[in-house]
Design a protein around this ligand. Structure first.
Ligand code: NDP
Length: 296
């Protein structure tokens, strides 16, 4: 491996530390404690793990965490009523509805019921529009974390060729908007892109958000390029014992790390940054709602 490892764990810890310092100052100087409400509908085990770890880290940085666990059979009307109550609650500055929702619930309707000022996931249509038009928005946490790592590594991103593989609303599209906002020349690739390896070879920055294990190969990467691997894929790991599994990204780390200039690992790259950015967004939402100076 010749690439520099971009350590998301260390970076995320430094982001959380900064948030914690700011939260302590807010409490002391203004008597305000930022609060994050997380709504979980149903008992999807992966979602339960995420929600638990979000709650733990929220408390660790000194914020209030409000968890709302609803049964899988919760009606849309009941869920919307809870969101309305959280919108009106002055102690709640951020609201996150854990996705995916059970099939009988309309995700778009639910997300768009959240007060955009409290939409710390940045999925509300108003925030999508604000981001798309280069205005102050709540920015989705995963792409925001990727941008922070890229800025930290490169300084200025201006003029760099960036290829984002994946065009989902939660990762690919907002990632492309953020890179465009930082004056990259952006290409968004997807399942219909022709000759993807050739497209990727032009990139100074590659962001892979595909959802396919070890998909992006080392010989697709331009030597020296920066590779951000968003993917989280669980694959069988018989070497660890029968029935065991391990996490890998969308990039074939072994081959890509020999060619890239810098690369994020999986796990320990983008993942930890996502939760850190959620906390940073909650702090930002709190500061905006009170008219306080925003954290940098
Ligand atoms: P989606 O399934 O919503 O989107 C995947 C995208 O990849 C689609 O745009 C799809 O194209 C594209 N794609 C699929 N196959 C190919 C292919 N063969 N060639 C080129 N493009 C392809 O996934 P998400 O954006 O939600 O997530 C992507 C990955 O990131 C997943 O592994 C997910 O687990 C991970 N993730 C990680 C997070 C973190 O915190 N680290 C947070 C969120 C997601 P098309 O639109 O044409 O179908």
């Amino acid at each position: 491996m010749s690439a520099t490892l971009i350590d998301g764990k260390v970076f995320a810890a430094s982001v959380r530390d900064k948030v914690a310092i700011h939260v302590a100052r807010l409490k002391e100087a203004m008597g305000v404690t930022p609060g994050l409400a997380v709504v979980l509908v149903g008992d999807d085990p992966a979602s339960e793990v995420y929600v638990r770890s979000k709650g733990k880290m929220t408390v660790e940085v000194g914020m209030n965490s409000y968890e709302h666990k609803l049964s899988a059979e919760t009606s849309e009307a009941d869920l919307l009523a809870l969101i309305e109550a959280l919108n009106a609650d002055k102690d709640v500055h951020g609201i996150l509805v854990q996705l995916p929702l059970p099939g009988h619930l309309n995700e778009a309707l639910v997300i768009n019921a959240i007060d955009p000022a409290k939409d710390v996931d940045g999925f509300h249509i108003s925030n999508v529009g604000l981001l798309g038009t280069g205005q102050k928005a709540m920015v989705p946490c995963t792409p925001l974390g990727c941008l922070m790592m890229l800025r930290d590594h490169h300084g200025s991103l201006s003029g760099l060729n960036a290829v984002v593989i994946g065009r989902s609303n939660i990762v690919g599209k907002p990632m492309a908007q953020l890179l465009l906002g930082d004056s990259c020349t952006v290409t968004i690739a997807h399942s219909r892109t022709k000759d993807l390896p050739e497209v990727v070879r032009r990139a100074d920055i590659v962001v892979a958000a595909v959802g396919r294990a070890n998909f992006v190969q080392g010989d697709w990467i331009k030597p020296g390029a920066t590779v951000i691997d968003v993917g989280i894929n669980r694959i069988p790991a018989p070497e660890k014992g029968e029935g065991k599994s391990r996490l890998v990204g969308d990039v074939d780390f072994a081959s890509a790390s020999d060619v890239a200039g810098a690369i994020t690992p999986v796990p320990g790259g983008v993942g930890p940054m996502t939760i850190a950015c959620l906390l940073a967004n909650t702090l930002t939402a709190c500061c905006r709602s009170h008219g306080f100076a925003e954290p940098e």
